[in-house]
Unconditional design. Structure first.
Lengths: 330, 256
């Protein structure tokens, strides 16, 4: 196939579908108890240099405990998909966990503003970058989930986003129309926070799924953090609700309020005060260090982190906010 | 005449562009305010979509993220990113609102960087997010932005998101879906469209309190001027009441 034009960006992962098949051939199909702590899961499944992808949408349904563990355990030189990433990106920048980055959306926390520390890291020259878009990274994960090495898409063309990406322009063999071919993205490891899972890793998600269903299938290793562990009997009674099956999953961690300070659909709203404080302290290196000591390095678990930020009482407030309990009350 | 600020005016003008029954892909902030205002005024059947998966919510308040729970409040579906973008790519997304640090005469946008060294930029911005996707797929892309000659530049130093690219038929030849592209640029001073042949930005309406030379002086390139330039209709009392009381009571957007 003729390549009409191509981007100059580096592709950090191998898109080869047969190499992926060879790996997935060896992945366990056993229904076994995978319960462990986020600490154990990160020790076991996240290595320096691995390519990492985080599920959810920045500060919505994110596996905060895994992000904190990566920083606490001092993971370095990882590749990362800056895909719908906001607060997760901010946490990983605090530990300089990655130095290779596929970019769709970084640095910002949407309407809350930009992270000064993340911006500083991205302007330091320490991170090797390749540009994409939210959809193209989703499509790259989708290609991997399909078990193919690329997908054709109809955007990016004509822009510098294409020039600085790893996409290649090709012609449709049926219509002659130009497409950008984007390479499959098979992350070494992914972490996704879900509403409910059984101990084997059968998962239920409520609300939007973003790109997580493809991500779960594309990743070679998958860590699940769940608000609640439910019984396998419950899963089997209503299989309609299962969106991630156990054979994709390597670790299951029960982490109540696991997306905190992010939002969790139908459970609790984001802690905007805490996120605002985070953005503020980043401007002052000494205050930021103290803040990280308090919230990450000085904590041994997500329970600790919740405790130093208001504990159950705070969670109760955020639950009321999420459900807008008082909005329609007479 | 009602008293209003520039942001309120831009939101009201943008809301009026959304005809009843069309679909719109929005982000947080002003675009969302415009969509909510439209839904409560001229476009009760407006189909609002969020890139993370929210479809047709009845927004109770402004979302703080395009993926937060408000984006699916009383929605018809909680979907995902591929579904939303593929719906747009199939041709079912009529409008989108975008913005950037730079916009050029063909409506291209830069939200990636300032400075030439891509690996070590002078200033790094968030990047495309879903902007390049929405701008490529939505039939009509609109921009709401304050206007000055640093933001309105002859050529974007980096094109994150496609407008009419290099003008003329360049977008048509690029491989992007046909006939989709920038439609309206709504600023604090004027409303612009794009001249059909050259695809250059063109003044079609001037906001109350500004003159054609104000608009030109606050733009880093020469604007075309439509044969008939009208005066932008100021926000009505009713629009302002809904915007202030129902859409943005905490003044997150209109207080800026």
């Amino acid at each position: 196939m003729d390549i009409i034009k191509q981007g100059i960006g580096k592709i950090f992962t191998n898109p080869d579908a047969d190499a992926a098949r060879a790996f997935f051939r060896t992945k366990s199909r056993k229904m076994e108890n995978k319960l462990m702590s986020p600490k154990e899961a990160v020790e076991k499944f996240c290595h320096d240099g691995d390519y990492l992808t985080i599920g959810g949408f920045g500060a919505n349904r994110i596996p905060t405990a895994v992000c904190h563990e990566l920083v606490r355990q001092g993971r370095k030189n990882m590749g990362f998909a800056g895909h719908t990433s906001t607060h997760d990106f901010q946490i990983l920048c605090a530990g300089k966990v990655f130095d290779k980055l596929d970019i769709a959306y970084i640095i910002g926390l949407e309407a809350r503003g930009l992270s000064p520390n993340a911006r500083k890291y991205m302007q330091s020259g320490e991170v090797e970058v390749c540009e994409w878009t939210n959809y193209t990274l989703s499509a790259r994960l989708k290609a991997a989930a399909m078990g193919v090495s690329f997908l054709p898409i109809r955007n990016m063309m004509g822009t510098d986003t294409f020039t600085y990406s790893g996409a290649k322009m090709i012609e449709c063999p049926y219509t002659g129309v130009k497409y950008a071919a984007v390479p499959a993205l098979y992350p070494d490891v992914a972490a996704i926070h879900v509403h409910e899972a059984d101990v084997y890793g059968n998962c239920r998600i409520r609300g939007i799924s973003i790109s997580d269903l493809d991500l779960a299938r594309a990743a070679k290793r998958l860590i699940i953090t769940a608000e609640r562990i439910i019984r396998n009997e419950d899963i089997r009674q209503e299989p309609t609700y299962t969106v991630i099956p156990y054979y994709l999953v390597d670790a299951v961690c029960e982490v109540p309020y696991g997306s905190y300070p992010g939002n969790m659909y139908a459970e609790y709203f984001s802690d905007e005060d805490h996120l605002r404080e985070w953005l503020k302290v980043e401007k002052d290196p000494a205050a930021f260090k103290e803040f990280l000591d308090k919230n990450i390095y000085g904590c041994t678990s997500h329970f600790d982190y919740l405790r130093v930020n208001g504990g159950m009482e705070k969670m109760w407030e955020l639950r009321h906010q999420e459900l807008m309990v008082l909005r329609n009350a007479k | 005449m009602a008293d209003y600020n520039a942001m309120e005016l831009m939101i009201c003008v943008a809301a009026r562009e959304l005809e009843d029954g069309v679909s719109v892909g929005v982000g947080t902030g002003a675009p969302c305010a415009a969509a909510m205002l439209a839904q409560k005024t001229n476009s009760p059947n407006l189909l609002i979509m969020f890139e993370a998966g929210g479809v047709a919510p009845l927004l109770p308040e402004m979302p703080i993220s395009v993926g937060d729970s408000r984006t699916t409040w009383k929605a018809v579906m909680a979907s995902g990113m591929c579904d939303i973008m593929e719906t747009a790519c199939r041709g079912m997304l009529d409008y989108t609102f975008l913005g950037g640090a730079e916009i050029d005469m063909y409506g291209n946008l830069n939200s990636t960087r300032i400075g030439d060294d891509h690996q070590k930029p002078k200033v790094r911005f968030p990047g495309s997010g879903g902007a390049n996707d929405f701008a490529s797929f939505a039939w009509r892309m609109m921009v709401m932005t304050p206007q000055d000659n640093k933001r309105f530049v002859e050529r974007c130093s980096y094109i994150t998101t496609p407008g009419w690219l290099e003008g003329g038929n360049s977008r048509q030849q690029s491989g992007l879906p046909l006939e989709a592209g920038p439609y309206r640029i709504i600023t604090n001073m004027a409303v612009m469209d794009f001249e059909p042949e050259s695809k250059r930005m063109r003044i079609i309406s001037i906001n109350p309190g500004y003159s054609e030379s104000d608009v030109q002086e606050n733009c880093g390139f020469e604007l075309l001027v439509a044969d008939k330039v009208s005066g932008t209709k100021a926000p009505t009392e009713e629009e302002l009441r809904i915007l202030r009381e129902e859409v943005d009571p905490y003044r997150y957007v209109i207080g800026r």
